[in-house]
Design a protein around this ligand. Structure first.
Ligand SMILES: [Zn+2]
Length: 143
């Protein structure tokens, strides 16, 4: 356990979550210039249209709609349950999986197609062995 190995600020939990210094966090996709398909994570060949070298990074939107969800009642030790694992279609393109927060884990309260926004928060207060904290993204209902 040594704090001196810790990074300056929180680290992103996934590589498609970007935390620009002095700027707002955002999710990054990679978009094919030939067919507009959007992927998470870098790639050089589009698996939709087969174009090569036509894929550029793109900032994804912070709003979207709930495509599907699952209420998780059993997880790893130390993970609080129940939680809602969701797949969201972002406005402007891109489909992202993440946890839905700010709503009861009750199917009566969650609607397919409901408007959500992306929020960025500390990843549940955990630190790694080097003392790094992590920032994650979550979805929450938009009012
Ligand atoms: Zn393509």
């Amino acid at each position: 356990m040594s704090e001196e190995n810790a990074a300056q600020g929180p680290l992103p939990v996934v590589d498609f979550l970007k935390l620009p210094e002095g700027g707002d966090p955002y999710l990054e996709g990679h978009k094919c210039k030939a067919c507009d398909a959007i992927y998470l994570g870098e790639r050089s060949i589009c698996s939709k249209c087969g174009a090569r070298g036509e894929i550029d990074p793109v900032k994804l939107g912070n709003t979207g709609t709930l495509y599907v969800y699952s209420i998780v009642h059993r997880s790893f030790p130390g993970i609080e349950v129940p939680y809602i694992s969701a797949i969201v279609d972002l406005d402007g393109g891109g489909t992202v999986k993440g946890n839905l927060i700010g709503v009861d884990a009750d199917p009566e309260k969650i609607e397919f197609g409901m408007p959500v926004e992306v929020v960025y928060k500390d990843a549940l207060g955990r630190k790694d062995k080097d003392g790094n904290s992590y920032t994650s993204y979550f979805f929450q209902p938009r009012s």
